[in-house]
Design a binder for this molecule. Sequence first.
Ligand code: BES
Ligand code: MG
Ligand code: ZN
Length: 478
Amino acid sequence: MNAQIVKSQQFKSQTDTLIIGAENFPKEILLSEQEQKYLTEQLKKKVDTIIFNRYTHKIIVSDLQYSKIKNTAEAARIAGASAVKLLSDNNNELQIVDSKDAKSSLFAAEGAVLASYKFLEYYKNPDKKASKLKTISIVSKTISDAEIQEQNNLNEAVFFARDIAQSPYAKLNAVKFGKLISETGKSAGFKVENLTKKQIEALQMGGLLGVNQGSDTPPVFSIMTWKPENAVNKKPLIFIGKGVMFDTGGVYTKAYPHMNDMKLDKSGAAAVSGLMLALAKNKIPVHAVALVAATDNAVDAKSYVPGDVLRMHNGMFVEVLHTDAEGRLTLADALSYADKYKPELVFDIATLTGAAAAAIGTEGCVVMGTADDKHFTILEQSGNEVYERTVRFPQWDEYDKMLESNIADLKNIGGTEAGAITAGKFLSHFTTAPWIHIDIAGPAILKSTDAYRTVGGNGFGTRLLYKFVKNYIEKKSK
Ligand code: BES
Ligand code: MG
Ligand code: ZN
């Protein structure tokens, strides 16, 4: 179980404590004259983190105004993540104090919990590897129990997404993924339907089937539905996650070390699964559907090969000229399937192109599409709030010629340039709904831990989409 945030009525004097803002120093803590002097000096120097080691516990003062990060919520999350590293031996609780009218302690708690995540499946003694942090107690009069519960549920959802992303292929292929979300849906209260290979064939999802040809495991098309009676939208929001359980590249096989992270090619599926868990647990009044066309991209005598032409779910034909451009083939079928819902808005989220990662690195994700500017704006604001930031790329008509095939409607690769954009352009042919494409190839995969964003698959996208939904609802009900 992930560390839980709780509200505390009373300041505890023997517990590791993070104080947000020196002006909020609790009267219960007595500083010696020397300590007081030290604190004043450090603050004068604009030091953002000041630590008093009291042997049984530490007192950490974080002054967010001196943080390098100008976004206060994010500075608080990072302060929370740093405090987890400083936890005293044998301590499993972090107490957070801030001013009466501030919410920073909740952001700091979020950072602390997310930083305490560890994927523990593969240690002989997992207890030794696990974070000691069990409880974060917030001393605050303004943060409600409901807000804390919501944050706990969201944290759990991010952990769920991280676990999905991190699981090795042997542990989580398409069929096992379908089972996992079925179970999760049952306990959290969202509906899950898993279409079998027979049903996928009947739907003529040639993209998903083409990619799956080389695999030992059948494809699974998962449909997760959250539709509470008080939903603010009649037409659903749809969230499609790229679920390539492992991407070898196909017969154009990826070379070392580029294949090593490719269990993380299901990070989009992880993000939307986490989103559905958070929506259901927090009973968010939205009609939302998540779709995952799950398969691996394997090498085998039966694998699809360059020159093959696939008949897609929407009736278009695609010439395969690169077996490693598989994600767009699976997403295309999910996008055209989504049309039948007449959705208000469709998202797809995918570790789609190395080009997106090359363009902006791990600091944010690349977005593009045909949705209203107002929806892109809500997404951008949401991204700034949760610090999973977005940058919009163009979808100019001129790029379309890069996808022209000599023998079919489209080919599955563009040219050597603008790879993230042509991948998006390819997808645009498979949806008639207002649509936003999110390429998370950069931020979904971290080589090392960055504060509360943990190494490997870090669940990028769950918090972004959850915040989008919340802001969308708020705008709608105004
Ligand atoms: N899953 C990869 C994209 C990727 C690369 C994600 C690195 C995360 C890190 C995708 O299936 C892929 O292989 N894309 C190719 C497309 C190309 C063949 C047009 C790429 O980006 O090189
Ligand atoms: Mg690939
Ligand atoms: Zn891929």
